[in-house]
Design a protein around this ligand. Structure first.
Ligand code: B12
Ligand code: SF4
Ligand code: SF4
Length: 296
């Protein structure tokens, strides 16, 4: 995630007028995904990733909103829109737009809708009536997310050590998963929802936007360890899981099998130990050893 620290991205994050010089207002939107749907599998995938890829689904909706506003004002408006795709402080903007507060788990939490939504922004070259920022904090003395995080990456100053976060390790990280963190990943194979699952404010989570309803062919099975590239692409062609690529997905699955599997999984791990990708080989060998060491 080095791009976050690049000079270009830091400058742009600091002032949206670097992105759209005419920018006078920013409309911040929240698109709910299915709150912690049952994966129907022994392996867990973050809920947002069970539906169509939001990078594909949300932008056309943002475009429709721009068109609607242009129709209302009767002329075209300079605009740019984003959902997790640009150098924008999405959670801070959402807080400033009055959508909620930034919790100890660093998620933007809406008091009536929890945090199970994705954020999107439309930068507009017209002045709109601004909402008041959300200024209160409703975490209070609660520390459920801090206590539940398996890698202890939620820090006391409300930041996150992203290098230890399961979401980073299983999605953004393209290399090895550090051995000392593999056990903590448990059975998560893409992303992690633990710090949101335990958050009391997610009792109020909204139902999913229809376009973000889960669709991927589940359950994930241990036999996925032998998926070919074309089978992987076919299975996840509309899914955010594509981001991990076959090698990252198999790496994650091998670690999860090592964490929760038993000796019946040894043959398939043997097969994965000879995978064309060294990354998969190494994690499958680790998993095999872990299961062997657990044998009574
Ligand atoms: C990098 C990134 C990650 C990294 C690091 C996350 C982190 N917490 O630092 C990793 C890969 C670990 C990650 C994981 C996840 N992510 Co992410 N991620 C991003 C991304 C691309 C950039 C965030 C970032 O680091 N920005 C740079 C730093 C400087 O900004 P920042 O962290 O937002 O912090 C600023 C503000 O929050 C503000 N701030 C912080 N506290 C406070 C308090 C107050 C009072 C105020 C005023 C301001 C303030 O100051 C900070 C500095 O300016 C954003 C999209 C985006 N463009 O914002 C999505 C985003 C934050 N992720 C999102 C999601 C859904 C997730 C996951 C839930 C996915 C999953 N299920 O696996 C997990 C959750 C992990 C967690 N507890 O945060 C959503 C969050 C939606 C929401 N309701 O909050 C976002 C907004 C994407 C989107 N468009 O919806 N993510
Ligand atoms: S997403 Fe998982 S690993 Fe990351 S901070 Fe939340 S609980 Fe911890
Ligand atoms: S679990 Fe508790 S401390 Fe963590 S974000 Fe939710 S309310 Fe805040």
């Amino acid at each position: 995630m080095d791009y976050l620290a690049s000079e270009r991205s830091r400058t742009r994050r600091a002032d949206p007028q670097w992105i759209l010089p005419e920018c006078k207002s920013i409309l911040v939107l929240a698109f709910p995904y299915s709150p912690f749907s049952k994966n129907n599998s022994e392996f867990q995938i973050a809920s947002y990733a069970l539906g169509d890829d939001y990078h594909d689904v949300i932008p056309p909706r943002l475009q429709e909103i721009v068109q609607f506003i242009e129709e209302q004002v009767g002329h075209s408006i300079p605009n740019r829109y984003y959902t997790d795709t640009g150098p924008i402080l999405e959670r801070e903007l959402a807080q400033r737009a009055g959508l909620g507060w930034i919790g100890k788990n660093s998620m933007l939490i809406h008091p009536q809708a929890g945090s199970t939504f994705l954020l999107a922004e439309i930068l507009l070259g017209i002045e709109l009536e601004y909402d008041e920022p959300f200024t209160t904090d409703h975490c209070g003395t609660c520390t459920r997310c801090v206590d539940a995080c398996p890698t202890q990456c939620i820090l006391p100053n409300r930041t996150l050590d992203a290098r230890r976060c399961i979401s980073f390790l299983t999605i953004e990280n393209k290399g090895d998963i550090p051995e000392n963190l593999r056990g903590s990943i448990q059975n998560w194979i893409f992303g992690c929802d633990i710090c949101q699952q335990v958050c009391p404010w997610n009792r109020f989570a909204m139902p999913a936007d229809p376009t973000l309803e889960p669709f991927i062919p589940l359950p994930v099975l241990t036999s996925d360890l032998t998926l070919t590239s074309s089978e992987f692409n076919q299975r996840f062609k509309r899914s955010p899981i594509q981001r991990a690529k076959r090698r990252g997905y198999l790496r994650n699955l091998a670690v999860a099998v090592g964490n929760i599997g038993n000796e019946t999984h040894i043959p398939i791990l043997e097969q994965a130990s000879n995978d064309e990708e060294p990354l998969v080989q190494e994690h499958a060998k680790w998993a095999k050893e872990k299961i062997n060491n657990r044998k009574p």
